[in-house]
Design a protein around this ligand. Structure first.
Ligand SMILES: Cc1ncc(C[n+]2csc(CCOP(=O)(O)OP(=O)(O)O)c2C)c(N)n1
Ligand SMILES: CC(=O)[C@@H](O)[C@H](O)COP(=O)(O)O
Ligand SMILES: [Mg+2]
Length: 650
């Protein structure tokens, strides 16, 4: 590796002679495999954009010119070419390099949001802004969007606006590798395929141009002839594409691994005085041969792998996703009316098993959560029960559809939210920390937060029985722990522990049951009696929970969701409405964006650990005791003891 370490900025890249660029691409690929198989991350998407990113940074001058990457998971090469190669050893680690663009890391990074289909709206807005400030003459704006992200509704809202301004320069690069996780679906995918078949004539043209470019006399007329031939071929092979029908200049398809062809196409686009699409054909995972190649879906984002075999090093036990996946198949066998919908994430959400057994009852709508939700309302109207499986954070995108198309019409639709709560290493926009807040304002909705595999199966079964309202079942990323048995069930609320003294009612939301039982042990060691309960269905707040609250001296809730509008605030409101005057304290995620890091690290930073919660509860109990008795010593003594416990453990 002798070229890549010498690149500290795009200027260094542009100073390289063209003939060494293939060697540079090889070095980048080797660095990606070496680094990402150690840390985990988006190996496939980045292996596919090595040459494209080299060409982008040679033709455009970032940050003077603005490069906007859609979703941002394919920005590792961009980071290597903008001086961050040395930081890749800490990729996606707390305090280390983000797996997405990060303004704090570099002036070359613009969009940090990892939710897909936003780049073209960003680009349209930046171009409009530069037009206002008079900078558009001197600064090019480039949106780089994948074929998957192009299936998202926002992308078409942006294209409509961009195409409506034929005199506002803007470059759109479509990175077409025919895949999201799974193969890209729908009419757009078919159209891109049609355009791809014309790949050969673009190569003929490029070859002709370069060859003829060297014969100034004969060149131009011959080029015009060739161009005419190309136009003729194109009209036969690929009639005017929809992009041109929209009024967008179309350049392509271009071989996304041919740097000279890419630079040539991007230079043409850069000089075009209006909006232009460069359709680039790339291969996801290019250059990485182990078995993973044929599991492109898994290859999209990899865990820590053996760089030789490509096989995951960490063995995975039972995951929440696998429990859901198997249970939905069981439900599908007994309920022919149940159908499944994914937003381009069949495997990651666990719908692949259901699809294998019920292919005609499984629908992949592309990266289109809004359409997933409202089309589910339509399916419910037609008499089936849709189960929409998405990552919790992506439900944000379909809030209005859940509210106004599903809940308003009392449609029986079940949302299964995987990756709910702190996910960690994918950064701020991937944490599933808002779903219970936004669902909390939806009239009629019912939200379940299972604590283990058994309650996931049970609550999923209960959810699909509801035919007149939206239901939500949410669970976190990764491995599911052992089942946590209940001592009894009171009005639908599971009692997990009941001490003699009813000092504290500890409301455990979802997967935090083990944490809450550990908190109860710590409190009991301080002589504080605890009842630990799992409401199971957390929206609306169960009446039985309020009844239990009235029997205790302090109520505490712990949830893996934002405190703003979360279950805690729902409980507080229910206590007020029931005029149950008991002190209440809720623990959850502060209302801020979370930096990337492992889930455990982030939860620790949030104080969502057994030690932190128990210490805080002891302090509260002590304060209440102080208020009740006015004494000083027992309050201070209890807190001091907890501090000592904490210090001993630290
Ligand atoms: C709104 C939203 N839904 C789902 C995802 C999950 N996701 C991340 S990348 C990806 C596939 C993107 O495909 P494409 O745009 O073609 O990029 P590629 O990975 O092929 O380079 C998906 C579905 C997301 N980031 N945002
Ligand atoms: C970029 C994106 O949205 C996904 O690829 C995500 O990074 C994968 O997350 P999981 O690893 O939790 O499936
Ligand atoms: Mg793609």
């Amino acid at each position: 590796m002798s070229l890549l370490p010498r690149i500290g900025s795009p200027d260094d890249l542009r100073a390289l002679p063209a003939e060494v660029l293939p060697d540079l691409a090889a070095e980048i690929r080797a660095a990606l495999v070496e680094k990402v198989t150690r840390t985990g991350g988006h190996l496939g998407p980045n292996l596919g954009v090595v040459e494209l990113t080299i060409a982008l940074h040679r033709v455009f001058r970032s940050p003077q010119d603005v490069l906007v990457f859609d979703t941002g998971h394919q920005s590792y090469v961009h980071k290597m070419l903008t001086g961050r190669l040395a930081d890749f050893d800490d990729l996606r680690q707390g305090g280390g390099l983000s797996g997405y663009p990060s303004r704090a890391e570099s002036e070359h990074d613009v969009v940090e949001n990892s939710h897909a289909s936003t780049a073209l709206s960003w680009a349209d807005g930046i171009a409009k802004g530069f037009e206002q400030t008079g900078e558009l003459e001197a600064r090019h704006v480039v949106g780089i969007i994948g074929d998957g992200a192009l299936t998202g509704g926002m992308a078409w809202e942006a294209l409509n606006n961009i195409a409506g301004a034929p005199d506002r320069p803007l470059v759109i690069v479509v990175n077409d590798n025919e895949r999201s996780y799974s193969p890209t679906i729908g009419g757009l995918a078919h159209h891109l395929a049609t355009l791809r078949t014309a790949r050969s004539y673009e190569r003929v043209l490029d070859f002709g141009k370069r060859a003829l470019g060297r014969t100034p006399v004969l060149g131009p007329p011959m080029y015009e002839t060739l161009h005419g031939i190309k136009k003729g071929i194109k009209d036969v092979v690929a009639p005017q594409g929809m992009f041109e029908d929209l009024g967008l200049k179309y350049i392509g398809p271009v071989d996304g691994h041919d740097i000279p062809a890419l630079e040539h196409a991007l230079r043409r686009a850069r000089s075009f005085p209006g909006p232009v699409i460069v359709h680039v054909i790339t291969e996801k995972g290019r250059g990485y041969t182990p078995a993973l190649q044929d599991e492109a879906e898994r290859f999209h984002a990899v865990g820590i792998l053996d760089p030789e075999t490509g096989q995951p090093l960490g063995t995975k036990g039972t995951t929440w996703t696998s429990v859901f996946s198997s249970e939905l198949v069981e439900i599908g066998r007994r309920r022919p009316d149940v159908v499944a919908i994914t937003a381009a994430m069949m495997g990651p959400t666990g719908l692949d098993k259901f699809c294998a057994e019920f292919p005609h009852r499984t629908f992949d709508v592309g990266i289109a959560e809004q359409h997933a939700a409202t089309s589910a309302a339509g399916m419910a109207y037609a008499g089936v029960h849709p189960v929409v499986a998405v990552y919790a954070t992506f439900l944000n995108r379909a809030f209005d559809q859940v509210l106004m198309d599903i809940a308003l019409h009392k449609a029986g639709v079940t949302f299964v939210l995987d990756r709910a709560g702190v996910t960690g290493d994918d950064g701020a926009s991937h944490n599933g920390m808002w779903d219970m807040s936004i669902m909390g304002v939806v009239p009629g909705v019912r939200v379940a937060a299972p604590r283990d595999a058994a309650t996931l199966r049970e609550e999923l079964g209960e959810a699909v029985e509801v035919s007149d309202a939206p239901t939500v079942v949410r669970f976190p990323k990764g491995g599911v722990g052992d089942d946590v048995p209940a001592l009894e069930r009171v009005g639908g609320v599971d009692v997990l522990r009941r001490d003699d003294e009813r000092d504290v009612l500890l409301v455990s939301v979802g997967a935090f049951a083990p944490l809450c039982l550990e908190v109860a042990d710590r409190l009991a060691a301080q002589g504080i009696g605890v009842t630990v309960v799992d409401p199971r269905w957390v929206v609306p707040v169960p009446a039985a929970l309020i009844g239990l609250a009235a029997e205790h001296r302090l109520v505490v809730s712990v949830e893996d969701n934002s405190r703003a509008g979360g279950i805690g605030s729902g409980i507080a409101q229910a206590l007020r409405d029931a005029e149950v005057d008991v002190p209440f304290r809720d623990f959850g995620i502060e209302r801020r964006f979370l930096d990337h890091g492992t889930r455990a690290t982030v939860l620790g930073e949030l104080g969502l650990t057994a030690q932190d919660v128990s210490r805080a509860v002891v302090e509260t109990v002590a304060r209440l005791e102080h208020v009740r008795t006015g004494g000083e010593d027992e309050a201070a003594g209890a807190v001091q003891q907890v501090e000592q416990d904490g210090a001993a453990e630290a």
